[in-house]
Design a protein around this ligand. Structure first.
Ligand code: SF4
Length: 204
């Protein structure tokens, strides 16, 4: 089975607590205005990779923490489940970003949710809404919520529910392209995009 992937990387410092693995899936049907990850929207065959290969890469990273973003991960929910089954043995803190409102997704995907809910620990849900600025460290807009699925991680993540942004972003270079990891203030978006255009090849 194959899955559309934009980037898999370790270490990631700016998307969740601790030093993490990061997986950015490719393809997004939600298409929020002013999304900072537009380069992950297109679902072209060139992004398709074997799920076992990606699982092996993720399992080889020396961390038990994984953040999944995109693109929209739940647009490939079945493939994501297959991947997560393979990485769950090495990852006890899996943070999933989705542009869907969780209740809406569950309502039309009950069976998928039955499988998925044991494979993710924390979900940050909801579309990115331009104009709904937020101070919250892991959110892009105020409407988004941090939902703790695994009570064992409650203590760790509850601290971050109140935490303000630290204004830290991570630039990742891969195959001559630059990728941005982290959630900036909306008011800083334009400056970041301008700055990134001064750099050699980039993905903005
Ligand atoms: S769901 Fe995420 S990737 Fe998709 S448009 Fe919204 S912010 Fe961008």
């Amino acid at each position: 089975m194959k899955i559309f992937v934009n980037l898999v990387y370790h270490p990631v410092y700016t998307l969740g607590p601790g030093i993490r693995a990061g997986l950015w899936l490719q393809g997004c049907s939600i298409r929020c205005k002013n999304c900072i990850s537009k380069h992950t929207w297109e679902k072209s065959p060139k992004y398709q990779v074997n799920i076992n290969d990606i699982a092996n890469i993720i399992n080889s990273f020396p961390t038990d923490k994984l953040t999944i973003s995109g693109g929209e991960p739940l647009d490939q929910a079945q493939q994501l489940i297959e991947l997560l089954k393979r990485v769950r043995p090495t990852k006890s803190d899996i943070l999933l970003y989705t542009g869907y409102v969780l209740e809406n997704f569950i309502e039309s995907n009950e069976k998928i949710w039955e499988d998925l809910k044991c494979l993710v620990d924390v979900i940050i849900d909801g579309p990115f809404i331009w104009g709904k600025e937020t101070d919250s460290i892991w959110k892009g807009s105020e409407n988004q919520r941090m939902i703790i699925i695994n009570p064992k991680l409650k203590n760790i993540y509850e601290e971050y529910m109140e935490k303000r942004k630290e204004k830290k972003l991570q630039f990742i270079e891969k195959d001559g392209e630059l990728f941005l990891a982290g959630i900036p203030y909306q008011k800083d978006f334009e400056e970041i995009i301008k700055l990134s255009k001064k750099l050699p090849k980039n993905t903005f």
